[in-house]
Design a protein around this ligand. Structure first.
Ligand code: NAD
Length: 334
């Protein structure tokens, strides 16, 4: 069977997902949800979505009567994920939600709980967790060919443009670079090292107080400590280009991904040679794999469920606290 997906929030990333889904074997777009009637019409025609399967935000609850839709993919700005995920779950649909899953731990917990009590699955759009060269490194680490892991370095950032965009609005974004791009270093540290961190230290720097208002971080350097004793050193920024690099160091080998999280091709090498999997649009692989998870009960190599998204928010909260206090913070995963 094919996973029949309704896209909710028809912006820039939704467009990328929709185009990539043209190449999917197991997933297709059967619904659209938007606040803009003209988009419902143009996208509806472009992606062949029947008029009766086009909804405005006011009608999300009506999805429960629509047998043509198995899952809703939430692609709105961060602060809106909470409401949109909970409403889709209450309509009885599985939910795929973009990263960061929410703007805070409390919201994330409510989303996980709402999906559990509605009996639907919640998956987070962590596309790198399905990317073949990334998984190649993860497999080498799991097989032990890199030896015990001691160190990870993750550098994620770009120079952000338009100062008026929602990504620089604390209300809609929930923060700054860390919520948007630094989260790739956090999530990456977890799948590259293969453990969840237990403590963080962090330092924030800001050069442009007009563009990056209170609560919107420009640059944060942070360090993570893992139960094994491994450590990570990461950079999250909206003020520098060419930062998309992961480096993993083990006792018997190393791996580097550079670029590590962009739309691809993902390139990299280990101490024994270059990584060679060909590029396929990440969103194509992600949606086919998510169909296998939601319809076949497949268990992915790297989990992408709501709990994984929630844990990233718990780490983010600890990083923001560490920036404020200047002290090492234990991470509260409860
Ligand atoms: P965008 O601004 O291009 O699109 C957001 C959409 O939400 C727009 O269509 C907008 O009309 C709609 N919207 C609905 N209510 C809104 C409101 N109150 N204010 C503003 N917009 C509203 O943003 P985007 O880049 O597509 O990002 C959307 C989500 O996808 C974010 O959570 C982002 O973090 C995530 N994202 C993920 C990736 C990835 O690689 N996984 C890449 C880009 C974005």
């Amino acid at each position: 069977p094919v996973l029949r997906v309704a896209l909710l929030g028809l912006g820039g990333y939704a467009k990328r997902v929709a185009d990539a889904m043209n190449a999917c074997q197991r997933a297709k777009i059967t619904g659209l949800i938007s606040g803009t009637p003209s988009k419902l019409q143009t996208w509806g025609e472009l992606y062949h979505v029947a008029e009766k399967n086009r909804y405005t935000y006011a009608d999300i609850d009506d999805l429960k009567n629509n047998p043509d839709i198995d899952a809703v993919y939430v692609l709105t700005p961060n602060a809106l994920h909470h409401e949109h995920v909970i409403r889709a779950a209450k309509a009885g649909k599985h939910v795929i939600c973009e990263k960061p899953m929410a703007v805070g731990v409390r919201e994330g917990k409510e989303m996980v709980a709402a999906c559990a009590s509605a009996g639907v699955k919640l998956l987070i759009g962590y596309r790198m967790r399905f990317e073949p060269n990334t998984l190649d490194v993860v497999r080498r680490r799991m097989e032990g060919t890199l030896g015990p892991i001691n160190f990870f370095q993750g550098q994620c950032g770009f120079k952000i443009g338009d100062p008026n965009q929602w990504r620089l609005d604390k209300q809609l974004a929930g923060g700054g670079a860390l919520m948007d791009i630094g989260i790739y270093a956090i999530n990456g540290a977890r799948y590259m090292v293969g453990e969840d961190p237990i403590w963080v230290t962090a330092q924030e720097t800001k050069t442009d107080f007009n563009k990056f208002k209170d609560g919107v971080d420009e640059t944060i350097q942070f360090q993570l400590g893992f139960p094994s004793g491994a450590v990570a050193s990461c950079l999250s920024t909206y003020a520098m280009n060419f930062l998309d690099r992961f480096y993993l160091n083990g006792e018997k080998g190393f791996a580097e991904l550079w670029p590590a999280t962009g739309y691809g091709p993902i390139k990299g090498k280990t101490n024994t040679g270059t990584l060679t999997f060909p590029h396929i649009a990440h969103q194509t692989i992600q949606m086919d794999e998510m169909a296998r998870i939601l319809l076949d009960g497949a268990v992915p190599t790297l989990a992408v469920d709501g709990q994984v998204g929630l844990q990233d928010l718990q780490i983010i909260e600890a990083i923001y606290q560490a920036c404020q206090t200047g002290r090492r913070q234990d991470i509260d995963f409860s």
